[in-house]
Design a protein around this ligand. Structure first.
Ligand code: NAP
Length: 456
């Protein structure tokens, strides 16, 4: 039986990796998720045949409750609430890894050595990932509305991390670690996750979520070693490695070194930034329709507002109408547009936009200067030119989409609301920019009506 289990785990690991590979392209991502899901079900079922396995009834009850909750929440979550969902489920993984360590210690079978050391390491990282992800969830869900900074925040972070590390080392090396030391270790590890994540807000959230995701992977991998379960080790390593790569990618996209994210966070409230002169000029839907209908090339920049409004289907309908009228229409996606990595790609794919019309920042940025219209729909920070020039701006250095370089810029948003980082946008005050006020879905609907009447 053990041989069968081991072979199954290797097969499952291969499918995890193939699934992950498939997730790297929007065209195959759905397939990749399904493969990885089936592999996880197979790994779980095979584990039930592990020699000496007991408590089947409890396990099945837990799986039915957990599986049903996951199924229900996965089916019902709104696309705009996806980041919170990713954060909380990621945290559960870290929590589960920490729980494995807690159970192993409670059984009194940890007597120092490598296994105890890895159990402690997994417990620490898993606890931080769990409580940190709960804070990230509370922030993204709007339950925790402000970023809280403690006095001497950075010293507190480092001091608490040092205390937890020393305590963990003592537990890992003790022949019979004391019960209270273990409880204190878990409490302080959970507190560390809360204290480190609380001050982080605004534009840094995607980096934090992917960092916690990498932590969860590591914790699961360590606990897999403790349990002697190769499937857990491989799954943990794959999650840890991809989470680390994603963290680097996000940090680069926002030009925020990870140390800055952790130690000098943007709070999400307006701070710094040069005063912007001039005023915003309004435009009606009819003028916007005419400007695009008679253009050669339109680049659409979608952002968080398009997601909130659920306007992607209307946007694609408008693009098709323009294309029928001979206009070239393409989409420019900033790596952190929206509220999670790949947010815009997923929405546009859902609406049926072909992948060859969707371009990343590096691929398209030079084309803005050659285009007639940049249509910015519910995007703000990702097209803010102050990121290039204003050293006092909290988003200084973040690469942005060069929408301001288009001949005409049309911005659809509801009013004068700021973006996620909370700062003013210099683009809206430029001479070539016009504001079309309204919720994205209605505004694009009006444009569609006018384009249709022009071609009637
Ligand atoms: P953004 O800077 O948050 O701006 C979104 C804009 O959409 C707002 O200015 C808002 O203005 C407008 N809006 C809201 N509801 C709307 C509606 N129904 N119709 C039309 N417009 C609407 O968005 P972004 O340009 O996509 O930039 C993303 C930001 O989020 C970045 O700062 C990024 O760092 C951060 N972030 C990204 C991720 C990620 O992984 N992608 C995760 C967390 C945070 P009005 O209120 O005036 O309408």
């Amino acid at each position: 039986m053990k041989g069968f289990i081991d072979i199954s785990y290797v097969a499952v690991a291969v499918v995890f990796i193939l699934g992950l590979k498939a997730m790297s392209s929007p065209a195959t991502a759905r397939k990749g998720i399904v493969w990885a899901g089936w592999a996880m079900i197979a790994a779980t079922l095979v584990t039930l045949f592990w020699p000496g396995m007991q408590n089947f009834a409890l396990m099945i009850v837990a799986m039915v409750i957990g599986g049903s909750l996951a199924w229900w929440s996965g089916k019902n979550v709104a696309m705009t609430d996806m980041p919170q969902m990713v954060a909380i489920y990621n945290g559960m993984g870290g929590g589960a890894a920490a729980a494995i360590a807690a159970v192993e210690f409670a059984r009194g079978e940890m007597h120092g050595g490598m296994v105890a050391f890895l159990a402690v390491l997994g417990a620490l990282i898993g606890s931080v990932a769990f409580s940190g992800s709960c804070v990230a969830y509370a922030k993204l869900q709007g339950i925790m509305k402000k970023a809280y900074r403690f006095p001497a925040q950075n010293q507190l972070n480092v001091g608490l991390a040092a205390v937890v590390a020393i305590l963990g080392l003592a537990i890992a090396t003790a022949e019979h670690p004391g019960g209270w030391a273990i409880v204190l270790f878990f409490v302080l590890s959970l507190a560390l996750g809360v204290i480190v994540t609380s001050p982080i807000g605004g534009a840094d959230m995607p980096v934090v979520i992917s960092l916690l995701n990498a932590f969860t992977g590591l914790a699961v991998g360590f606990e897999g070693y403790v349990l002697g379960n190769p499937a857990l080790v491989v799954a943990g390593i794959v999650v840890g490695a991809s989470g680390t790569l994603l963290t680097q990618l996000m940090a680069k996209a926002m030009n925020r070194p990870i140390t800055n994210v952790l130690f000098t966070p943007i709070t999400g409230e307006a701070q710094g930034g040069e005063a912007i002169e001039g005023s915003m000029r309004e435009m009606g839907a009819l003028d916007a329709a005419a400007t695009m209908r008679y253009a050669n090339k339109v680049i659409i920049v979608p952002g968080y507002g398009m997601a909130v409004a659920g306007a992607q289907h209307k946007v694609w309908e408008m693009s098709q109408l323009l294309e029928e009228a001979g206009v070239e229409v393409v989409f420019a996606i900033h790596p952190v547009a929206g509220r999670m990595p790949g947010h815009m790609n997923v929405l546009l794919a859902e609406a049926g936009v072909p992948y060859d019309k969707i371009f990343d920042l590096e691929e398209i940025n030079a084309d803005f200067a050659l285009s007639d219209v940049a249509l910015v729909i519910g995007a703000n920070d990702v097209v803010n030119p102050t990121a290039r020039t204003d050293k006092s701006s909290p988003i200084y250095g973040m690469p942005i989409l060069n929408a301001d370089q288009a001949q005409n810029v049309i911005v659809i948003k509801r009013g004068k609301g700021a973006g996620y980082s909370g700062i003013e946008n210099a683009l809206f005050y430029k001479d070539n920019c016009r504001m079309l006020y309204g919720s994205a879905q209605e505004a694009v609907g009006e444009i569609i009506g006018h384009v249709k009447s022009m071609d009637a």
